[in-house]
Design a protein around this ligand. Sequence first.
Ligand code: SF4
Ligand code: SF4
Length: 434
Amino acid sequence: MVQHSVLAKAEVEFEEIRKFEADLELCTRCGFCTFWCPVYREERVESAVARGKNMMIRSLLAGNLGYSQEFADRLSKCTLCMACAANCPVSVHIPDVIVAARADTVKARGIGFPYSIIYHWLLPHRRLFGNVVRLVSFLQGIFLPKSEGTIRHLPLFLSALGRGRNIPQIAPKFLRQILPVVNRPPTGVATKLRVGYFTGCMTDFVFSELGKHVVNFLTRNGVEVVVPKEQGCCGAAVFLGAGDFETGRRLADSNLKAFEGIDYVITDCATCTSSLKDYVRFLADTPERKEAYAKFGNKVKDISEFLVDILKLPASIYQVAPEVRGKKITWHDPCHLSRHLEIKDQPRQIIKSIPGVEYIEMPDADSCCGMAGTFSIYYYELSKKIADKKIKAIFSTGADIVVSSCHGCELQLIDGMLRNKMPVKVMHLMELLR
Ligand code: SF4
Ligand code: SF4
């Protein structure tokens, strides 16, 4: 009887990890992942790489390790770039096990301050979150002088994205304040499709001009765009980064409700796209949620995938934005687009269709830039080292502009360019288009 209750407790303790046990056991410890892991390349310690993390988690299950702070720290030292999984000879998905282990660690240890406040109280309440972002940015503008290399326009919990990190300004008006809920094609343009636009936090609070441009581009091309006010954060930092599955489910359920009855949900951020699709893999704790999250995930499309594969726009539609004409352009593959979603051709196809620009492929275009949300908050020095390799690769192309479609990557590349005093502009894919 006593033994039975101990087992039951262990099952609860390892509830999420157990779901990915097959991956844990498949690893042959060949070490091939050491060639690809951006963290291992910098740190050269076994706990940095998939093989080592796999062994750590197996030791936890065997009772030889506990949910210590050190265990939690080592788990968090992973960008979830999926380079290990993509190159693993036996296709083991250790990043999934890492996310599951983060969730079980949170169940065992809780989430520390101030992230508990941010994840539980701010992120699920979009309006409150927006107001706090604006208020704290305003107060900081008054009370905190700018220091060299730091633009203090974001609240401290966000500008703590690393001491000295360069961060763009909060938009004067949030996207949701600018756009109506329903945006129809202009008179004379027939409506071909109706989509929901998942704006994510960054497009809403920081890149609102980009959001306006995306909606204009789509409506001009016959797409009715619905921007539900009730939508919230995708939850990437919450459930994938921090392992807070409980808040992740609250965010997921409310996003599903916001986009009910809409056939496609498009996003302009690879991390958002991937996270919305990941609800079913990590957060589906009931058959009802499993069905609903799977259905929702299938509706979610990255903007380049939507334009090329669904809307099937002819190449002639991709006309150059005036400030980009005559420029040399290179593309950085966000991990969440290239490896998580296997979307590599569509953005390149769009860029190569734009007349008047020169496309140059960079070496290792799909190597991780080192951002990875909270990873770069906790490990900014390490994150910078990973980024600097990417900056060198970009510079080697001689490009004037590096383009991506993940706002996390864009922040990291902007920071890397400024730190390295490189004159390369960072742009979103959609900004290239008129
Ligand atoms: S995760 Fe894959 S590549 Fe890495 S040691 Fe295990 S089997 Fe080899
Ligand atoms: S997901 Fe990326 S950072 Fe994490 S272990 Fe795999 S290769 Fe390393």
